[in-house]
Write a protein that binds this ligand. Structure first.
Ligand code: ATP
Length: 369
């Protein structure tokens, strides 16, 4: 049997907190990252992602907790002794050095022989497809090219761990999407552990083996993109991981099922929340079907009446905003452009198992807006 070998370092963070005066930036977080894994720290601005990255890098010391990298306790160990590659949003290249000298810099710091240095720089530049730019200065490069050089510089000394803080944040959408695939390829080729900070859930889905969702200094859930999108454990995670509609209403519980009243209609889904939590239903736009008022709904579907308030043509299909009887808005996405128009009275239909039953959480809505 072949054993998979990874050149990356595992990271274990446990019960780690960080306070700034009386503000709690990180509240006793636990996070285990496997060797060779691509882990993304995802969350809104101010949720603690960069603080976590800075703790791993050694730029900040925590107030309490444990942190090991590759099994070694690194608390108290200065950043330059941790042997970690780091890429920030702003390229931070040395402006007076050529691309090749920028990339060689970490090797010079390590007093590496010139011949070895040159072969490593060539390899790192080839990896980010910047070989032809070796003699240029940073000011002669585009933002995307500068960021590729920053990546080469962070990887040139073969670190077991690469940390990236919004490295594509300053680039336009097309370039960002292309570089996401490049970063994914490089991760696959190197087998190094990558920890990546972003507030963009689509970027997190493209890149990551697993994602840790941050909210107000805590990690709400850790999982694969699919787990977070399809089975969020909290309303915040569900809302943050992609477009959704939330149904709220008076509720009742019977026979292991929860029923919500929306206007004068009822929807019933399997499951009951523990304790006295107020339930809501989270619905993904692609799981909703739009029907004309007179159409018969498919069997075993929940149906709600509404009126279309917006039709958006998306090229690949269409998106509709539908005002329900309780004045809430449901978002429906369809791969075909149906014969629906603004103002049409319609029904939305969904299978009970496609609705996520979650505990209501005002914080979820507050931090998202
Ligand atoms: N040096 C500091 N002094 C005081 N407060 C700080 C300091 N550094 C961070 N904070 C606060 O800690 C919280 C978490 O910051 P952090 O940078 O980790 O968030 P983030 O999730 O990375 O957000 P962003 O995407 O905006 O960078 C923020 O509210 C921030 O204002």
């Amino acid at each position: 049997m072949m054993t998979e070998t990874h050149r990356g370092a595992a990271i274990a963070i446990s019960q780690t907190s960080k306070r700034y005066a009386d503000f709690v930036a990180l509240d006793a977080i636990d996070l285990d990252i496997k060797a060779g894994e691509f882990m993304t720290l995802l969350g809104p601005s101010g949720s603690g992602k960069t603080t976590t990255l800075n703790l791993i890098a050694g730029f900040t010391e925590p107030d309490g907790g444990r942190l090991t990298i590759g099994g070694q306790n690194v608390l108290g160990l200065p950043a330059h002794k941790r042997g970690i590659g780091v890429v920030f949003q702003h390229y931070a290249l040395f402006p007076h050095m050529t691309v090749a000298r920028n990339v060689a810099y970490p090797l010079k710091l390590r007093s590496m022989r010139k011949s070895e240095r040159e072969s490593r720089v060539a390899r790192a530049l080839a990896m980010v497809k910047m070989t032809d730019f070796a003699h240029r200065y940073p000011s002669e490069l585009s933002g995307g090219q500068q960021q590729r050089v920053a990546l080469a510089r962070a990887l040139v000394f073969d670190p077991p761990l690469l940390l990236m803080d919004e490295p594509l944040g300053a680039l336009d959408k097309k370039l960002r999407e292309w570089l996401q695939l490049e970063i994914k390829r490089i991760h696959r080729e190197l087998g190094t552990t990558f920890v990546y900070v972003t507030h963009d859930q689509e970027e997190a889905l493209v890149l990551s083996d697993r994602i840790a969702v941050f909210n107000q200094g805590r990690i709400e859930q850790i999982g694969t993109g699919r787990e977070l999108y399809e089975t969020p454990k909290t309303l915040f995670v569900g809302r943050f991981m992609g477009e959704s509609s939330v149904l709220r209403g008076a509720f009742s519980v019977a026979n292991g099922k929860t029923t919500l009243s929306i206007g004068e209609q009822q929807v019933t889904v399997p499951g009951v929340l523990a304790g006295k939590q107020k339930p809501v239903l989270l619905l993904r736009p692609e799981k909703l079907r739009l029907l004309h008022r007179h159409e018969t709904a498919p069997a075993n579907c929940n149906v709600l009446d509404g009126q279309i308030v917006e039709c958006i043509y998306l090229g690949s299909g269409a998106k509709y905003e539908v005002r329900l009887k309780d004045d809430s808005i449901a978002i429906v996405r369809s791969s075909e452009e149906g014969d629906f128009a603004r103002g049409d009275k319609v029904q939305i239909a969904f299978a009970a198992e496609d609705a996520r039953l979650l505990a209501d959480d005002e914080r979820a809505e507050m931090t998202l807006t």
